[in-house]
Unconditional design. Structure first.
Length: 337
């Protein structure tokens, strides 16, 4: 009885769900199947291929790419694919762009865990503590050193976990390997970067891939560079920029800037401007320079450019403190992570 009801509901659902619309694009006409807006709810409860309704023990599964239609089986999904393919790709691209062009709340670095101020995206302004895998701003590091000196030349410790600081590069590497063995994504990324500096590109790709799987945003960015350069892996432009996109979504300003450059090279200026504005809002200086160029050639409005300048300055100001300004006068020894 339940199956009979499902078939009857499915029959009427299909009648409501499927209509052909004439779609004009690029001077050519083609017909695609699309759900009418007033029947979306009815369509959502029916298989897009056979029309079986979702009742009792009949469960439908959404299309993995677009979420617009549902199917009762893999067979129905395969049979319906030729009709659904154009709409599916279009909607999947729209969903991807919604995620890609969403403004992150902060950079992938977040805040310094000690002073709680946003970390600067510049590598000159922060350091990596190998003992606990925390990223500390140089202002807090200098303040910690001065405190230890005032307390009687005590041994230098980590500003965050108070573990004694490593005295040699070998001790640093030992700390990194210990953290990496515990599946610390940041430490694994550092291992990958160390391999890269030593010319072991295959080892670098292995470590960075694992760090990216664990959710490390910086690893996605460096993986993109490996794919782009063809080091340690076959050169793949598509995978390179997919990695850049993943990093940009996670708040990586440089990855976002690279995406903007690529869009500009391909003369997709509207997308390029969006990337540069997001990166500038995160404090990326190079993006501001690119926006200036876009403004001079008329690719960004005066209002949007002015808003980007204000957002960039606000981000830069939020990263400043007296301690950080004082730290800029200090030269750090080579080998400091």
């Amino acid at each position: 009885m339940g199956m009979l009801i499902a078939i009857l509901l499915g029959f009427f659902g299909v009648l409501l769900m499927r209509r052909s619309l004439l779609w004009r694009q690029g001077g050519g006409d083609y017909v695609i199947d699309k759900m009418c807006a007033d029947n979306i709810q009815a369509a959502a409860n029916c298989c897009a291929s056979c029309g079986t309704a979702e009742v009792d023990d009949v469960k439908l599964k959404k299309c993995d790419q677009c979420d617009l239609v549902r199917y009762c089986s893999v067979t129905c999904q395969q049979e319906h694919q030729p009709q659904h393919e154009v709409m599916c790709k279009k909607r999947a691209a729209e969903l991807r762009d919604e995620i890609l062009f969403r403004q992150p709340e902060s950079t992938h670095l977040g805040d310094c865990p000690i002073c709680l101020l946003p970390l600067s995206p510049s590598t000159k302004d922060y350091l990596f503590e190998t003992c606990c895998s925390k990223i500390i701003c140089r202002g807090c590091d200098i303040a910690n050193k001065l405190l230890r000196e005032r307390e009687g030349q005590l041994r230098e410790t980590c500003p965050f976990c108070r573990h004694p600081q490593p005295k040699t590069p070998e001790e640093q590497d030992k700390n990194i390997m210990k953290r990496a063995a515990a599946n610390d994504s940041f430490a694994i990324r550092q291992m990958g970067m160390k391999c890269y500096r030593e010319g072991d590109y295959e080892g670098s790709f292995k470590y960075l891939s694992k760090a990216a799987e664990l959710g490390d945003v910086g690893a996605h960015h460096f993986l993109g560079a490996l794919y782009l350069e063809g080091k340690g892996v076959k050169k793949d432009y598509g995978k390179a920029f997919y990695c850049y996109e993943q990093a940009a979504i996670g708040g990586h300003p440089r990855a976002r800037y690279n995406l903007g450059l690529d869009e500009g090279i391909n003369e997709r200026y509207d997308r390029a401007v969006k990337h540069f504005i997001i990166a500038a809002t995160l404090g990326n200086d190079d993006s501001i320079q690119r926006l200036k160029h876009c403004y001079t050639i008329g690719k960004v409005s005066k209002t949007d450019f002015a808003a980007a300048l204000r957002a960039h300055q606000a981000a830069v100001d939020a990263m400043k403190s007296p301690q950080r300004e004082a730290a800029k006068e200090v030269n750090y020894p080579d080998g400091k992570w």
